[in-house]
Design a protein around this ligand. Structure first.
Ligand code: SF4
Ligand code: SF4
Length: 377
């Protein structure tokens, strides 16, 4: 790959980020990346699920309606990325409409969602509607696979692995017709699957050919208990290396885009942080990232206490995002006890990694010592 081209692309990205950043100097504008949990309904009861309390006890009928999403979008500026998950997002028959609203009203360039992949027909038909409606905006679907068949089924339930493969095959067909479709594997790592995860990623890259693999470290308070979070970080490092092996095989035009290193960089920050027993990134949640729960509660991220509910503010995001309480919550970012060892990929690292002192430069990855367990913090 040509390093000069890479640096040129990085400068272009910096230019746009600075322009975006200027919007946030006085009034807190709409963040770059917003995470939406569109439902608390789920057909599975996975062992690693951190949303289980809301799934078990939350009131499903409190979910924001399509009209409320429309009003919400009209109160927001344009933003880059929306992450739409749940629960199982495709359980909402109007899921595609939610995404279309933000694509149209907020020029959202990337919509990303993760699904447990159990409803093949429903997923394929909704994904196709999204892809057809906005051919210039990317839709990225992650199907969850947490290891080989027996392990995945142990974590998510009998028969779930084969069902995901069926959905995967159907989605692959869509990829032939829609260039705005990105299909990837989302794997949550914990003590149940840690020993085989690297081998599984290797197998999946060769046999399923995903556009990428998103490796998530099980976090917060999983249904099966905190102990399943306690993985051996050598296993995590081995997964990073496997993913990077495949990244290096990509075309040079892709390798020259800084965003190609985004997920690897996120994983490296997590590895380094766990190794040094401290959070090594500066979190920009509340500024460049925000969280909107299924019932309209909003927060700087899903971990810190909420700022308030959109319904109490006539669905006006900017009004609620600029209240006194919002400022107080924002001031807690990086200082709250939950932040000290945060490994939150989607709401912590993703909206933060573009901004200094964080970095997604590939050199960071390239220069990692081959055996970190002998390295220094
Ligand atoms: S991890 Fe996802 S699929 Fe599994 S129970 Fe939780 S929300 Fe549902
Ligand atoms: S560091 Fe983690 S817990 Fe703290 S605000 Fe950021 S995402 Fe939330």
């Amino acid at each position: 790959m040509n390093v000069e081209n890479y640096n040129r692309n990085l400068s272009k990205l910096d230019f746009y980020l600075k322009k975006y950043n200027a919007r946030h100097t006085y009034l807190k504008g709409t963040p770059l990346i917003i995470s939406f949990l569109v439902t608390n309904k789920c057909n599975l009861r996975c062992k690693h699920c951190f949303y289980h309390e809301t799934i078990d006890t939350g009131n499903v009928s409190e979910a924001l309606t399509i009209d409320e999403y429309r009003r919400l979008s009209l109160s927001m500026d344009n933003f880059l990325t929306g992450i739409f998950c749940g629960g199982e997002p495709f359980l909402r028959e109007d899921f595609h409409e939610i995404i279309q609203i933000f694509q149209k009203n907020n020029k959202m360039m990337l919509a990303d969602s993760a699904s447990n992949g159990q409803y093949t027909n429903r997923i394929v038909s909704q994904v196709e509607k999204i892809l057809k409606a906005s051919p210039k905006q990317t839709y990225s679907l992650g199907l969850s696979l947490d290891g080989f068949r027996d392990t995945h089924n142990e974590i998510r339930g009998l028969g779930t692995f084969d069902k995901v493969l069926e959905t995967w095959a159907a989605c692959k067909t869509l990829k032939r017709y829609y260039s705005n479709f990105e299909l990837y594997i989302c794997s949550a790592m914990n003590t149940i699957n840690e020993n085989e995860m690297s081998a599984f990623i290797d197998w999946a890259m060769l046999n399923m050919k995903p556009d990428k693999i998103s490796l998530i470290k099980t976090r917060q308070e999983p249904r099966a208990g905190d102990e399943i979070k306690d993985i051996n970080m050598d296993n995590y490092l081995s997964c990073i290396k496997t993913i990077e092996k495949y990244t290096q095989q990509l075309d040079s035009s892709i390798l020259e885009k800084p965003q190609t290193y985004l997920l690897s960089s996120v994983n490296n920050y997590i590895f380094d942080g766990e190794y040094c027993n401290e959070k090594l990134f500066t979190c920009y949640a509340g500024l460049h990232g925000g969280f909107i729960d299924y019932n309209g509660n909003i927060g700087v991220c899903e971990v810190l206490p909420t700022i308030g509910n959109l319904r109490d503010h006539n669905m006006n995001f900017k009004e609620l995002w600029n209240t006194y309480l919002a400022t107080e919550r924002r001031n807690e970012v990086n200082c709250n006890q939950h932040c000290l060892h945060c490994t939150h990929e989607s709401e912590g690292l993703l909206p933060s990694i573009y901004f200094p002192p964080n970095s997604l430069k590939y050199e960071r990855i390239k220069n990692r010592p081959s055996n970190r367990s002998t390295g220094e913090c």
